[in-house]
Design a protein around this ligand. Sequence first.
Ligand SMILES: [Zn+2]
Length: 259
Amino acid sequence: MRYFTDPMGWFSEWRRKRVLARHRIDDALWRSATGNLAFISRLSAGESEKLKRLVILFLSEKQFSGAHDIDVTDAMRVSIAAQACLPILELGLDWYAGWTGIVIYPGDFRVKRSEVDEAGVLHEWDDELAGEAMPGGPVVLSWDAAAHDPRINVVLHEFAHKLDMLNGEPNGMPPLHAGMDRRAWAAAFKEALQGFCDALERGRDTWLDPYAAEHPSEFFAVISEAFFEEPGETKRRYPDVYEQLKLFYRQDPASRRSG
Ligand SMILES: [Zn+2]
């Protein structure tokens, strides 16, 4: 349709208003899907209502599919949508524009990797993953990891990667808002990652998942999980990074009750 040259403009707004007017999330379903997620229970009544509206739009615009015959239930969809929408609570759903698929595997899944080394030799191997965010494509999640692994939050993690991918190759710096200082962001993250790698090398307890040391983009994804799940501790250990994340996500989770 050649007249709709701006699909995220008025037409999309009109469509979203209609979706919100016609749908609501059943209270019992919301409780069963999010009741075990402390970082969602801590939201104020206003934030919680805002999150529910985002979840309704997210469910209407994204497409869930199950791999290996897993039955993707409403509770699973709402749980994943609620966690995925928390980071964009103050940013809006357009931050997840440009792709639609969310693929759920029952457990960890294998992906084929290949790389040509400097000598021109092709190396191929299998990776076993709990989640993956494809640039311009779907988010793939292991339900077992999403529901049962207390060490990671694979949903917050992969959706943080999606935000990081908005301005090209994931590098730990998503598109910053006007008024934010790129140098302050870079300095805070560089110092935090260096300290983290140092502690890891010395065999010290790193608090954050050691996987964060893999790449600046992984550090951003892992500390974004912590920012929402354990904001008080994140603020205490990484005050400068916390401040930058607060400016980026436009949220201050440490100020939420018992946060
Ligand atoms: Zn990652």
